[in-house]
Ligand binder design. Structure first.
Ligand SMILES: *Cc1c(COP(=O)(O)O)cnc(C)c1O
Length: 359
C-alpha cells in the first residue's frame, strides 16, 4: 500500500458519533457534526448522519459545496463568518450561516433575494474566548436589524469557546447564553430554533449533569473524530481514539552521532536545536514531513522519539527497536496533524468500514 497514507475507519467515526448523540440526547441537546477536519468528506458526513447527528457544519464554502453535490441530505451550516466577497456562494451552498457582522448579513439578504431563496442566519455571541462573536450588549440591535432583512430567517444564537484563548465552558457562560436566548425571545416575540452551546470543549459541561438551560445543540468535530476532549486532550470514555491512523515508511536506518558536527545556524524550519551529546543513536528517517502533517502532533505506541522534521523527512530515534528500510510506522494524529494530512494531496486516503469505499 502506498505511503504516507491516512487510514480512516468510518465504523469508528460512526460509533463515536452515536455514543455522543445518545449521551447528549438524554440532556436535550442535539449534535451538529463538524466535518471540517475531513474537508467536507461525504463519507465522514454519512457516518455521522447515520449515527443521528441532525445537521452538518463546515468552516469553508468549498467543503459545503462538496457536501451539497454529494448524496448527503441534511441542513448544512457555515460555521465560520462568511467573507463579504462570498455571500452569493454562501447562499447557494449553506442553509444557515453563523454571523457577527451586519454588513455581511445585509449582503446575504441581497444574495438570497437575487437567488430567490431564504437563508438562515445564526448570530454568534462573544462570551470571553475572544474569537468570533457579537458583544452581548450589541446582540439585540443586531437581531432587530437581521429580522428586518428580506429573504433571511433568524435561526438562533450560539457561542464559541476554548478555540482561541482556551476559555472553558462553565455554568456562568452557559447561563449567560441561556439568559440572552430568553431575553431575545421576549423582546422580539420570536422563537429561537437553535441555541448552540459550543464545540467539543463544551461536552464535559453538557454531560456533567449541569442544568443545560436553553442550550439545545453542540457542534462536535474533534470529539467525534479523535475521541478526545480538546481542553485537556484526555480520552472521552467509550470513544475510539484511533479512527484515523497516519502511516509512514522508513527510508533510512543508521547509527549516527546524536551531536551535529560543525557550527550551527538556523535549520529549515527555524527551530534552534539544543543538541545534547548522548553518543551514538539509532536514527531512522521516515518519508513524511511538514508538507504532510504537523510532525509534533504525531503520537506512537512504540517506544520511538521524534527528534526532528523538515518538509519531507521525519527524524526518529528508535532506540532498541531497530526499524529497517521499508518498514512502516503507524501514528495517531492530533487535530492539527489530521487537518494537514487530510488537506495534503501527498497523503493517500485509505477508507475502511460502513461498506463505503470513497475515492
Ligand atoms: C471548529 C469549530 C467547531 C468544532 O470544534 P471541535 O473542537 O472540533 O469540536 C465548532 N464551532 C466552530 C465555530 C468551529 O470553528
Amino acid at each position: 500500500m502506498s505511503a504516507p497514507r491516512l487510514e480512516i475507519d468510518l465504523d469508528k467515526i460512526h460509533s463515536n458519533s452515536r455514543c455522543l448523540v445518545e449521551a447528549l440526547a438524554a440532556r436535550g441537546v442535539s449534535v451538529t457534526g463538524i466535518t471540517k477536519a475531513g474537508l467536507g468528506s461525504p463519507a465522514i458526513a454519512h457516518a455521522m448522519l447515520r449515527a443521528g447527528v441532525t445537521s452538518l457544519g463546515e468552516s469553508r464554502v468549498a467543503s459545503l459545496a462538496r457536501l451539497r453535490q454529494s448524496t448527503v441530505s441534511t441542513t448544512l451550516r457555515l460555521i465560520r463568518s462568511p467573507m463579504l466577497s462570498e455571500a452569493e456562494r454562501v447562499v447557494e451552498h449553506a442553509d444557515i450561516s453563523f454571523n457577527t457582522e451586519l454588513v455581511v448579513i445585509r449582503r446575504l439578504s441581497i444574495a438570497a433575494q437575487a437567488a430567490g431563496t431564504v437563508h438562515g442566519v445564526l448570530l454568534m455571541v462573544e462570551l470571553g474566548d475572544l474569537r468570533e462573536g457579537i458583544m452581548p450588549e450589541d446582540l439585540a440591535t443586531t437581531v432587530e436589524e437581521t429580522l428586518r432583512q428580506p429573504n433571511l430567517t433568524f435561526a438562533g444564537i450560539g457561542t464559541n469557546l476554548a478555540c482561541r484563548s482556551g476559555v472553558l465552558t462553565d455554568a456562568n457562560n452557559m447561563a449567560e447564553l441561556s439568559a440572552l436566548a430568553d431575553s431575545i425571545e421576549a423582546q422580539f416575540g420570536v422563537s429561537l430554533g437553535t441555541v448552540s452551546g459550543g464545540n467539543s470543549a463544551s461536552l464535559e459541561w453538557a454531560l456533567s449533569g449541569a442544568d443545560t438551560g436553553r442550550i439545545n445543540e453542540l457542534r462536535l468535530g474533534e470529539a467525534i473524530l479523535l475521541g478526545r476532549d480538546p481542553t485537556n486532550r484526555r480520552p472521552i470514555a467509550g470513544l475510539h481514539m484511533d479512527a484515523f491512523t497516519l502511516v509512514a515508511e522508513v527510508i533510512e536506518s543508521k547509527v549516527k552521532p546524536s551531536m551535529p558536527v560543525g557550527a550551527l545556524g538556523e535549520s529549515t524550519f527555524g527551530v534552534v536545536t539544543d543538541p545534547q551529546d548522548r553518543g551514538n543513536v539509532h536514527q531512522v528517517l521516515l518519508a513524511i514531513g511538514h508538507q504532510d502533517c504537523d510532525p509534533y502532533g504525531l503520537s506512537v505506541t512504540l517506544d520511538l522519539s521524534i527528534s526532528g522534521a523538515t518538509s519531507d523527512h521525519l527524524v526518529v530515534e528508535c532506540g532498541e527497536i531497530a526499524l529497517q528500510v521499508g518498514e512502516e510506522v503507524r501514528f495517531e494524529p492530533n487535530y492539527g496533524t489530521l487537518l494537514r494530512a487530510m488537506s495534503s494531496s501527498c497523503v493517500a486516503k485509505v477508507w475502511t468500514g460502513m461498506g463505503v469505499v470513497p475515492l
